[in-house]
Design a protein around this ligand. Sequence first.
Ligand code: HEC
Ligand code: HEC
Ligand code: HEC
Length: 439
Amino acid sequence: MVMDETKVLPTAPTKRSGRFRTLLRATLVVVGLLIAAVGGGVFYALAFPPRYPVRDVELRVESSPERVARGKALASTLECVICHSNPATGRLTGRRLAEIPSALSPAAYTANITRDVKTGIGAWSDGELVAFLRTGVNRQGRLAPPWMPRLPRLADEDLFDLLAYLRSDDPAVEATTASPQTGSLSILGKILMRYAWRPMAYPAAPIVAPALSDRVAYGRYVVQAKGSCFGCHSANFMKLDEQQPERSDGYLGGGNEVYDAAGSIVISANLTPDRETGIGRWSEAEFVRAVREGLRPDGTPVRGPMQLYKELSEAEVGAVYAYLQTVPPLHRPRPTTDAPKAITASAEASSDRAATLKGRALYERYGCRSCHGDTGVDIGDLRQADNKYATDAEIEAWIRHPEAFKPGTKMPAFGNVIASDDFPPLIAYVRQLGRRSKP
Ligand code: HEC
Ligand code: HEC
Ligand code: HEC
């Protein structure tokens, strides 16, 4: 019995291992082919970034002072200014974008879009600019990464206003040579650029904006095109439906992770009329104040990267409110992890260090960091304050009511937000930032 079994044993495994080997070989060949295919695909993506046909749009935009003024306001609403202005030149010569995840781009830079012919966009034709802004494909046939927004739904007239501004003699776009800094993409970024990110389709027909008197239609136009609110305020940038924005994942229900000037995640708010988690209980006036002045009904500041939409009129923001009332409510509680950080100056630390920690905590709690970043310079440069203002009272006056110093500034007024006791440590911290990295 035992002998029989041992006789059988040596042969059976041999047969089996023969079949096994064949199977193994076949599997290895398949896996090898797969690896080669993936490797080839990755190599292809790294070595050959995609090129797209360049569209030549026959077009010349007639400029007028009114057009330029409207275009300037639009460049602010659509954040061209925030992303492209460089604090060192004070012009739209491009800058490093800290907020792009390094997994996609280890170093993201915006372009010089001043009228400079060599390093800016002075040599571009109107048609080339329109084609680029609509589709994302530039005059060399290269697709810009998706953090450079495209404007497939903006009305033609609004787009022409923008062009007139970029061509104007406004100081911010004055021809300025700045050595071009091209952003880099990570391997993942290059793979997405080759296989996932696509140019936007060029509009098939002229686009006309609705009349402001048609409040719901105009509000929808601001949310989807002129103010581009729906991208940040829907669930996920990767699941936006650019053709039919209403079909985007979690349309206007918030919860999207957006990056502020310091590179920290801020969760976007629910703008649907849900009464618990959205703006269902807000009045129109409260909504207008939050959007134009950056203060919620409870007096807390709305943090960056949500900007102050000062150049949208009350009527325009009111129209947005009217439209939002018609959007299906989504019940989406804000994640508790997003609560503002408590002030944690430890008692054992030396008094200097404790003061710095407290100042830094306040700088974060009141949302200064979301615009000024960790160094004090990003959307706005607060390092100047240490040089400019001899007394702390002057800095306090600026923080309380910046509009009194600089009309039209994008910094909210903190007069009714910051507790009096919090000003001294906060101002000390502002001065410290100024001294740490001189402008
Ligand atoms: C979120 C930041 C961001 C915003 C907002 C933004 N841009 Fe850009 N822009 C970029 C980046 C990044 C690039 C560089 C793209 C690249 O590397 O190809 C760029 C490139 C450009 C270029 C040059 C393209 C080239 O190939 O040289 C133009 C023109 C331009 N932007 C215009 C605008 C206008 C007009 C607006 C407002 C409607 C705007 N941008 C808003 C980030 C931004
Ligand atoms: C760059 C992304 C971005 C864009 C564009 C944007 N928002 Fe926001 N918005 C946010 C973020 C993030 C918050 C949350 C800020 C916070 O938690 O302090 C927010 C908050 C708000 C709030 C406060 C709501 C609340 O419950 O606290 C309102 C109102 C609002 N946004 C309206 C708008 C409107 C209207 C537009 C378009 C004109 C717009 N947003 C465009 C990112 C954005
Ligand atoms: C929504 C964005 C935003 C927020 C939030 C913000 N700031 Fe500013 N701040 C700006 C901008 C933009 C400027 C540049 C002024 C300009 O050019 O309009 C600025 C300028 C300043 C200056 C310099 C003034 C000067 O004369 O040069 C100081 C000081 C300052 N901010 C302090 C603060 C403090 C403190 C906080 C937090 C309590 C804060 N800011 C929050 C946008 C912001």
